[in-house]
Design a protein around this ligand. Sequence first.
Ligand code: ADP
Ligand code: ADP
Ligand code: MG
Length: 538
Amino acid sequence: GCGICVHKCPFNAITIVNLPEELEEGCVHRYGVNAFVLYRLPVVKDGMVVGILGPNGTGKTTAVKILAGQLLPNLCGDNESWDNVIRAFRGNELQTYFERLKNGEIRPVVKPQYVDLIPKAVKGKVRDLLRRADEVGAFDDVVRELELENVLDRDIKHLSGGELQRVAIAAAILRKAHFYFFDEPSSYLDIRQRLKVARIIRKLADSGKSVLTVEHDLAVLDYLSDVIHVVYGKPGAYGIFSQPKGTRNGINEFLRGYLRDENVRFRPYEIRFTKSSERQSQASDVLVQYPRLVKDYGGFKLEVEPGELYMGEVVSIVGPNGIGKTTFVKMLAGVEEPTGGEVDWELKVSYKPQYIKADYEGTVYELLSRIDAAKLLNSFYKTELLNPLGIPDLYDKQVNELSGGELQRVAITAALIRDADLYLLDEPSAYLDVEQRLAVSRAIRHLMEKEGKTALVVEHDVLMIDYISDRLMVFEGEPGRHGRALPPMGMREGMNRFLASVGITFRRDPETGRPRANKEGSVKDREQKEMGEYYYVS
Ligand code: ADP
Ligand code: ADP
Ligand code: MG
């Protein structure tokens, strides 16, 4: 019994039946009759990073377009002037902002979400692009901080996703503006790069700029933001910006699924993180022992130390980009032949590649039912996997018309309903929003526990790693040159080993148990580094 009730639980879509009446005043923009409606806007403040946390399709981009002056909000009527907008926000922090925007005093800069599209719009060498962008005279510093020296003379069309992301962020930072918007700055980056980018964006705010960011990696959002807004509503129908909340409390309320000030429950369950040592590991039966493996590509060489995997466990694979994680997974999947050693097991393996292609002719339902039609009707799979990932809503869509996030959810589902002993999932959180990441994490855990199957998951999102893993496989070496895969180890040992190489410490939030990155050089950071406890000290 709550004022505003959730139905269709526990679906991925945050669905609220009745809109509170007072919201009608906060109606900012309506795209048309029966079209998407946006309620309220985020705050924008000089010297602050404002984080936005919420599902896709709830109006985040719409809000940014309004704040950037690209879209005059119709105030859900027939408004045609910025003066009315200023009046509508009288007494609100946004009043002054819109006044300055109207007077042409605000210049916005946007780092777009889909960096993969940049090569279509911009041609030429990285160096020239960044030189043109450089209005603040910080070319050398920014290039160094974002580690772009080696790609300066490369053509933009030859960059990897992670390189494109850092070039796009560099280009935004080099502009001289008042308002900076970073749409998902962590996509394609490894953990070290994510926190590095977070620090660079923070510096913008420290120099007095106002920064807005949408980010789905909660550890990064937490590290980056001064305040956050949770966006809730019904994707595609309407979205509501919550009041600004302190970052820690806002993320905790989000994990709990309940916004206190708003009195809105938007998820029927809480997300809680347990210290891994508390997790009852029934892992005793060995699924497989794999031998020493080598893959030599000429330019890059991976050496895998022998190890074993247990039944019923989830092992996360962590390490920087270009260290051989995908190569290892491909060898286990039988997609790549090792140069040394042999994968000669009888195991059934189900594999979700890192880069997924939509080259299937047919609907989502046809694709999935061909793999295992019975699982689509099975109530356990429905409640644990299909409904939380919003798959039934996609059944009638053509696979080759799915968006990146939809395709990812279908690919994960296709991999998990296949009957196998070992599930290999390479970067399942790519393109997913926070709610979907949490749903995928829960699904992987519950399925492996229930079925006694084993999963190997390549992942960069620390909260996901923490939530799903029984053990860790750490990859070390020199990215792009050589990599070494250590055998799976316990969480504490693994995280210490991994985070020591990255130079970042984490503590746990006392309320939700979620990991939070310590600020570099803080008391906790220094203490934990001294003790060699990069992860588990609370
Ligand atoms: P988010 O950034 O949170 O993913 P968007 O602001 O991009 O959300 O979009 C919110 C909703 O508004 C989506 O359902 C989208 O289809 C709809 N929408 C966006 N732009 C337009 C437009 N120009 N006309 C009609 N609907 C639109
Ligand atoms: P990760 O998944 O850890 O980011 P990958 O396994 O994808 O790393 O790649 C490791 C290294 O091997 C990279 O430098 C990559 O360019 C190289 N590599 C990957 N596949 C091939 C291939 N087929 N031929 C040559 N080099 C490759
Ligand atoms: Mg990879």
